[in-house]
Design a binder for this molecule. Structure first.
Ligand code: UD1
Length: 420
């Protein structure tokens, strides 16, 4: 397992190009199951999760090719309708195969994802939706077994907003008989991107991006042709936090600032400045940030996937910040690691109080999940001395060439390959 070694306390400067969104790419690649023939997608980031999705599609019988951001998937010979435990345990988003498989082939066997570092993360709402659409669901040996002669449109209400749940059911409904209405649906830009991709394949979807989505099922979908995924708003937000904590001047290219309103507004409160330019979004930090309180909420609220990076920034803020995570019950794994670097954080009643210190100090720390790793990179870049972040494979799941991009901005960062 590689380790990332960072000598911090440097001011970074320059341009960085934001990659395609992991969380848009994964459901969009899974959507290729819905059509027969060759689909192609561009702007696909080279990430461990994308490689895992490619392996999953290949085990089903698809031909998966990837080069330079373009993925080509031939789904004409799908003959295995399963997402095995070995893949689901490394990537929960493998459950996105469930809706498309049931809709197109009337059967699927998908491993139940277990709990993970950030919480229990059940998929009961995905299953509830498929059942209401007529699928028979059994749980057996750690697997969900779903069968349906025909899926029928239904009115579905999510009592918790779920991103992949909305996506799974939107994909299933695209090929169901009749109209499906998803109420209290997720409004994330990645849901909208998936809907746009499905529409380009011939689906009839209205309201994506709002809390009620209406899908009128069609008999067949055609393969997507060079559909381009949106830029990754969480990667962009992570670079914003880096600019804020390092007092840096960064130009983010290929960044959709309209997907980052809540993050930009919050960072402005901490003293970070933003300017839209012809070349991209200029983000500047100015000395120590000012403290700010935060609550994570589903889109358009402040994203849970940016909570850890924002907390890293607040560890050196002037004043005390209170951060409340409301989406995942256990998403404070980074706290203990940030404390190893000198952060002053306490957790009480489900909220974290962060008393800003003047300077963090480098330390050996461990990445525990994807966004926790990103927060350690943010902290390490401003800490005095050397930080070694082990288990960096978590970062590689969701950030494309993070170390290379940072090096180009002037960071002193290198990767120690695993020798075992
Ligand atoms: C997606 C994102 C992840 C992000 C999360 C929240 C992808 C591939 N992953 O994950 O990066 O952190 O949205 O923005 O897009 N829940 C239930 N029952 C369900 C489904 C969810 O109770 O059937 C709960 C979860 O435990 C959690 C909340 O709903 O507390 C939100 O989870 P959800 O939006 O489903 O997260 P994911 O789609 O797994």
């Amino acid at each position: 397992m590689d380790t990332l070694v960072i000598q911090g306390n440097k001011t970074l400067k320059g341009e960085v190009s934001i990659s395609g969104a992991k969380n848009a790419a994964l459901p969009i690649l899974a959507a290729s199951i819905l059509a027969s023939g060759e689909s192609s997608f561009t702007g696909i980031p080279y990430l461990r999760d994308v490689v895992t999705m490619g392996r999953l599609l290949s085990t089903m019988g698809c031909k998966f090719d990837y080069a330079d951001g373009t993925a080509v998937i031939d789904s004409a010979s799908i003959n295995h309708f399963e997402a095995p435990y070995e893949l689901v345990k490394t990537m929960r988003a493998s459950v996105l195969a469930l809706g498309p498989l049931v809709a197109r082939y009337g059967k699927a066997r998908v491993s139940l994802p277990g709990g993970c570092a950030i919480g229990a993360r059940p998929i009961n709402l995905h299953l509830m939706g498929l059942e209401k659409m007529g699928a028979k669901i059994k749980l057996e040996g750690g697997y969900v077994i779903a069968k349906a002669n025909v899926l029928r449109g239904a009115s579905l209400f999510f009592d918790t907003v779920t991103v992949t749940g909305t996506e799974n059911l939107m994909m299933a409904a695209a090929l169901a008989r009749g109209t499906t209405v998803l109420e209290n649906a997720a409004r994330e830009p990645e849901v909208v991107d998936l809907a746009n991709c499905l529409i380009s394949m011939g689906a009839r979807i209205k309201g994506a991006g709002e809390s009620v989505i209406e899908i009128e099922g069609v008999d067949t979908l055609r393969p997507a042709k060079r559909y381009r995924v949106i830029p990754d708003r969480i990667e962009a937000g992570t670079f914003m936090a880096i600019a804020g904590i390092c007092g840096s001047d960064l130009l983010l290219k290929n960044c959709r600032s309209d997907h980052l309103d809540a993050v930009i507004m919050k960072l402005k409160d901490t003293g970070v400045s933003f300017k839209d330019t012809k070349k991209g979004l200029r983000v500047r930090g100015h000395g120590r940030p000012v403290s700010a309180d935060l609550k994570t909420i589903p889109y358009p609220g402040f994203p849970t996937d940016m909570q850890a990076q924002f907390m890293a920034m607040m560890t050196v803020a002037k004043g005390t910040s209170v951060i409340k995570e409301t989406v995942f019950e256990n998403r404070y794994m980074h706290v203990a690691e940030l404390k190893r670097m000198g952060a002053d954080i306490s957790i009480e009643g489900g909220a974290a109080a962060i008393r800003g210190v003047e300077q963090l100090k480098g330390a050996p720390v461990m990445a525990t999940d994807l966004r926790a790793s990103a927060s350690l990179v943010v902290a390490a870049l401003c800490a005095k001395g050397e930080t070694r972040i082990s288990r960096i494979y978590h970062l590689d799941r969701g950030y494309e060439k993070m170390d290379e991009k940072l090096r180009q901005l002037g960071a002193d960062i290198y990767r120690l390959p695993d020798k075992s």
